[in-house]
Design a protein around this ligand. Structure first.
Ligand SMILES: [Zn+2]
Length: 233
């Protein structure tokens, strides 16, 4: 079965909006139908939306668990496919993940994977090698960062979420799990925001303040970290 994503729907909406602005006599709805037919060979926009919704259940990402529960590997949702409210919840989360992925180019790790990353981090922190200790501390922070980001995707406030480098600076003052010498090394590297949060979740309204180190490449640190972790497994 053909899979239509939320981005496909948005592209049709954008095209219809642009076409409507040209002063044509067709309505927005008629343009939606036009571009749905032209770009996806369906009867109209309604059918396109229906295929998109069904696709969320038909996709290869859906894995059956027991008791009628299914798991979506893409967005990490567990839900009962027979229940309308569960399907609606999944759809919302899935869409938000699609939007995040298309804007940021990656998705935060899901719960199990985050736990593995944190375990790996604690193991590396117990090493005698300071380089490994640094990687370990970053891995634990990455687990917390991805959890905070995942909550931000659910709450639809991820657009304001700090990137990993900024998050490190915010989390460091309360990162009691990090050995003092590694903490000061990371503070010198990433800067430090004083008393930003103590529960490791970033929330809207916790604005940004000047910090002691210049901003870095937005996702470079996180990407590099996961490459190092993969190699050390
Ligand atoms: Zn999903």
């Amino acid at each position: 079965m053909k899979i239509i994503t939320h981005s496909d729907i948005n592209a049709v909406k954008r095209a219809a909006k642009a076409a409507r602005k040209t002063g044509s006599s067709l309505s927005y709805m008629q343009w939606l139908d036009h571009f749905a037919r032209q770009n996806h060979q369906v009867s109209g926009f309604h059918e396109l939306q229906k295929i998109c919704d069904n696709g969320l259940l038909m996709s290869d990402d859906i894995q059956e668990l027991s008791g009628g529960i299914v798991h979506c590997r893409f967005c990490g949702c567990n839900f009962v496919a027979q229940l309308d409210c569960d399907r609606a919840e999944h759809k919302k989360r899935h869409r938000q993940c699609e939007q995040f992925l298309s804007a940021m180019g990656y998705l935060p790790q899901q719960h199990d994977r985050r736990e593995t990353t944190k375990r790996q981090g604690y193991m590396l922190m117990s090493s005698a090698d300071t380089e490994q200790q640094r990687t370990g501390a970053l891995a634990v922070l990455a687990g917390h960062f991805d959890r905070s980001l995942s909550a931000a995707i659910d709450g639809d406030y991820w657009r304001g979420h700090p990137d990993f480098d900024e998050y490190i600076a915010m989390a460091l003052p309360n990162a009691g799990f990090t050995p003092a010498h590694i903490k000061s090394r990371l503070a010198a590297e990433f800067g430090e925001y004083p008393s930003f949060f103590n529960d490791s979740y970033w929330k809207p309204g916790r604005g940004k303040v000047a910090r002691s180190a210049p901003p870095k490449d937005r996702n470079g640190t996180r990407k590099k970290l996961f490459m190092t972790l993969d190699l050390s497994q």
